[in-house]
Write a protein that binds this ligand. Structure first.
Ligand code: GDP
Length: 467
């Protein structure tokens, strides 16, 4: 399949100049883009909250239609709110309607927010990892109902696990929606209690308090999501004068954009459309990509040409690091495009590894880690079987200095340098290399998680690629 190149790519220098200029200007007239992963215990109200938020935003847009024609037509075009509304029943969701990380966007006064949906079911953690590895920020939804917050927060609850995972994947900003306050008579004391518990946990798990914020809401009644004007809001009005959820989302810090480094675009999803050809989605972890550019797909020997780029439901001629994009590709057979593959420039390839050294932090796991342990390695949207082939050293968690060489086991809470070797699938299977880079070269390309038996046992960063 060799179709003509749709548009000639700019010289790299020219593109970089344009990108630098535009990114500097953004914040004045262009809305800053951030991406958000929605996390929290099952039944906390994540779907209800997102559905209601979009509905409310849509209503606000409706009201200001004449003031801002463009905005409302964009909101009207998005089928997102109705998708969420229709997506109401648990059964439907469990059958997989929101199982894939669906990329959608919403627009606040100063931010264009890409939403990476993360369903709360326990088995869906691998999907959440994929979502969180593409996110700048997390929206944590907790259920304030007596007993329910506690159930979600204690061992076995997903509140803690999700927070630890997103932090390990590099997400440092969290907005907490303390939900279902209608269920506790809008009691300020209950809100404060939930907030205090979480604040302590944030401190313990490495979040800065300046980057975490809290907001009391009722997702079901639509109170304090966009505004606080409904009759139900009068109870909250008696003690709360702070921001609404949207006020907080509007202040999220945009990602640092490393546009000068070579393009790294790990594929999180592949869609094989009929008329529009093949498209892939993912977050740009470094560099820039433009229409007309020929890219290498790794692993493998194939290349593809970028036919068009969608960014927040708009067609653009280029996009830069930090953006979640959809690329329409041509001049490639779809069988060569897989979730987890990385797109990069022809002359600057991402290294492929079967064996690498890494630094890990061991989570609260029951079984200690020994040399030879079988694990699953999660890197972006890919998971592969691997072996912890060597325990090199125990490290001091704070300073990173070696405290003990060649330890026999790694227990919970410890930090260590280890060697990881990928395995083939099944007995006698041959290991396939994955594109991964040292954390020192590209932070987003260098992070991973280790899981075993459905439990996340460690988070790590790649130090040195061995082969
Ligand atoms: P998810 O699993 O986190 O997506 O949770 P859902 O959005 O499916 O909500 C779980 C249940 O909580 C549903 O029955 C919702 O109707 C209910 N719910 C969600 N938000 C609220 C709220 O603000 N107040 C009350 N009373 N119920 C809520």
């Amino acid at each position: 399949v060799d179709e003509p190149t749709p548009r000639v790519a700019m010289e790299r220098e020219k593109l970089l100049e344009e990108a630098r200029r535009e990114l500097q200007a953004s914040g004045q007239d262009v809305k800053k883009g951030v991406s958000l992963v929605v996390i929290g215990h099952v039944d906390a109200g994540k779907s209800t909250l997102m559905g209601r938020l979009l509905y409310e935003l849509g209503r606000v847009n409706e009201k200001s239609r004449h003031a801002n024609e463009r905005e409302s037509s964009r909101a009207g075009k998005s089928s997102f709110s109705w998708a969420w509304e229709l997506d109401g029943t648990k059964e439907e969701r469990e059958r997989g309607i929101t199982m894939d990380i669906a990329m959608q966007s919403l627009s606040t006064a100063h931010r264009q927010i890409t939403i990476l949906d993360a369903p709360g079911h326990k088995d869906f953690i691998p999907n959440m990892i994929s979502g969180a590895s593409q996110a700048d920020c997390a929206l944590l939804v907790v259920d304030a109902t007596t007993g329910e917050f506690e159930a979600g927060f204690e061992r076995g609850g997903q509140t803690r696990e999700h927070l630890v995972l997103v932090r390990s994947l590099g997400v440092s900003q969290v907005v907490v929606a303390v939900n279902k306050l209608d269920q506790v008579n809008w009691e300020q004391a209950r809100y404060e209690e939930v907030r205090e518990h979480l604040k302590i946990f944030f401190g313990q798990s490495g979040f800065q308090s300046s980057k975490t914020s809290f907001v009391p809401v009722s997702a079901m009644l639509g109170v304090n999501l966009v505004e606080r004007k409904s009759p139900e809001a009068s109870f909250l009005d008696q003690w709360y004068r702070g921001p609404t959820l949207v006020d907080l989302l509007d202040k999220l810090e945009p990602p640092v954009r490393d546009i000068e480094s070579p393009l790294r675009l790990p594929i999180s999803n592949v869609f094989k459309g009929q008329s529009s050809g093949i498209c892939v989605t993912g977050r740009i972890c470094g560099g820039t990509v433009q229409v007309g550019e020929r890219l290498r797909v790794l692993p493998g020997d194939e290349t593809a040409v970028v036919k068009s780029i969608d960014l927040d439901e708009r067609s653009v001629s280029w996009a830069a690091a930090g953006s979640n994009v959809t690329l329409y590709l041509t001049a490639i057979d779809p069988i060569h495009l897989n979730i987890g593959s990385v797109l990069c420039p022809l002359n600057d390839l991402v290294p492929l590894a079967i064996c690498f050294n890494a630094r890990i932090i061991v989570f609260d796991t029951q079984l200690p880690i020994i040399s030879g342990a079988s694990v699953e390695l999660f890197h972006h949207s890919r998971d592969v079987p691997a072996t912890i082939s060597k325990l090199i050293a125990n490290l001091d968690r704070a300073t990173g200095s070696v405290t003990k060489k060649n330890p026999r086991v790694l227990t919970k809470g410890t930090s260590a340098e280890i060697e990881i070797t990928l395995r083939g699938d099944g007995p006698g299977g041959v290991a396939k290399p994955i594109p991964i880079e040292p954390f020192a070269v590209n932070k987003d390309m260098g992070r991973f998680l280790l899981r075993r038996g459905g439990e996340t046992i460690a988070a790590g960063i790649a130090l040195e690629i061995r082969h």
